[in-house]
Design a protein around this ligand. Structure first.
Ligand SMILES: NC(=O)c1ccc[n+]([C@@H]2O[C@H](COP(=O)([O-])OP(=O)(O)OC[C@H]3O[C@@H](n4cnc5c(N)ncnc54)[C@H](OP(=O)(O)O)[C@@H]3O)[C@@H](O)[C@H]2O)c1
Length: 324
């Protein structure tokens, strides 16, 4: 039985983690819920109990806690994760604050189990998680030479604020979060722009892919786009393999893998879509095609619920891996 804290318990990811802790019957002796001062005092149901959310302050990091599930943004994590760690807890963090720290494991359980040099473990970016799942299968079978991503990311990737902007747009109101309307629009802009013209989201996908797959020199590029979809991200992956193969071999590998679900029957209009993947735990793959413009190169289309496998579920799976 574990003493667990959830930080950001009132957020989209945090509230989903709570639901998963309950559904997956994680053995919990004590559950403590934290938010900022804004939501402190909110009552949240967990199993047959009602828990009151507390404001996270430095003194409360003493716990004691065995595991802390953090999903409250980078600044909060930078301040509080080391304090939880100092007081003996293992922190699983959803923000981007620690992901590229060389001492910190960046984990997708089925791809790269955690190494506990530090007691902080980082959950990767949502679009990265659903991409490295299928890429790891291809890497093990054929080797990988190069990856190019184009993403189609849902508004729930920005938390409650993103959903609010889409709803406001539907009602003809101006956005409060994004720089332009997301309703009836597509924004080639996620997170802040860097000097080289890439956005931070694109840099995250590039760097995190290399780290998770342990291929520091892998050529990777990305274009990240926000689309007016409520939940589930889509990623078009263009991948160059080392060994020659065929579309049929790739389809068979995906079909046999427990980590992805193949939906690839274009003649019957069957391919992965957010309307089907939203609310589901899997990583769905389809539209497998040869890219004849480059040698040994294939297109793979992947769709997954960004709040589930892209965030809360992956974090809870890391917890399950550590506690099993
Ligand atoms: N949405 C996704 O698809 C996704 C995917 C991967 C990773 N993430 C990451 O997960 C984190 C949470 O995202 P979200 O989508 O759940 O956002 P959200 O819906 O906006 O929720 C943010 C949560 O953080 C809490 N919080 C903010 N400042 C805090 C502080 N100083 N101390 C304690 N709690 C604080 C908020 O509490 P209040 O209610 O009091 O404001 C709220 O519970 C972010 O780091 C995000 O980058 C999100």
């Amino acid at each position: 039985m574990y003493k667990i804290a959830v930080v950001g318990a009132t957020g989209l990811v945090g509230s989903t983690m709570l639901r998963l802790l309950e559904e997956k019957n994680i053995p919990i002796e004590q559950l403590t819920l934290f938010s900022s001062a804004r939501s402190a005092g909110t009552k949240v149901g967990f199993k047959d109990k009602e828990l009151v959310v507390e404001e996270l302050t430095e003194d409360k990091t003493m716990g004691p806690f065995d595991y802390v599930l953090m999903s409250a943004g980078g600044e909060t994590s930078l301040t509080f994760s080391p304090l939880f760690e100092q007081h003996g807890a293992v922190v699983i963090d959803n923000s981007s604050a620690w992901r590229m720290d060389p001492e910190i494991s960046l984990v997708v359980p089925e791809v790269n189990p955690p190494v506990l040099d530090r007691k902080i473990i980082a959950n990767p970016n949502c679009s990265t998680i659903q991409s490295v799942g299928p890429l790891k299968i291809l890497l093990d079978a054929f080797g990988i030479e190069r990856v190019a991503y184009t993403t189609y990311q849902s508004v729930s990737g920005s938390g409650w604020k993103g959903i609010e902007d889409l709803r406001r747009g539907e009602q003809g109101k101006e956005p409060l979060n994004y720089p332009h309307p997301i309703y009836n629009n597509v924004l080639p802009h996620i997170d802040v722009f860097q000097e080289d013209g890439y956005t931070k989201e694109e840099v995250k996908m590039i760097e995190e892919t290399r780290k998770i797959l342990s291929l520091p020199a892998l050529p990777v590029t990305a274009t990240c786009v926000r689309v007016p979809v409520t939940s589930a991200h889509s990623v078009a992956i263009n991948v160059t393999l080392t060994k020659e193969t065929t579309v049929q071999d790739i389809q068979q590998l995906f079909e046999e893998s427990p980590y992805v679900t193949l939906v690839d029957d274009p003649s019957n209009n069957r391919y992965p879509m957010p309307v089907n993947a939203g609310g589901e735990e899997g990583i769905f793959v389809g539209r497998i095609r040869k890219d004849d413009s480059l040698e040994n190169t294939y297109h793979v289309w992947t769709v997954s619920d960004n709040i589930l496998k892209g965030a809360a579920l992956n974090a809870v799976q890391i917890l399950q891996q550590l506690t099993n």
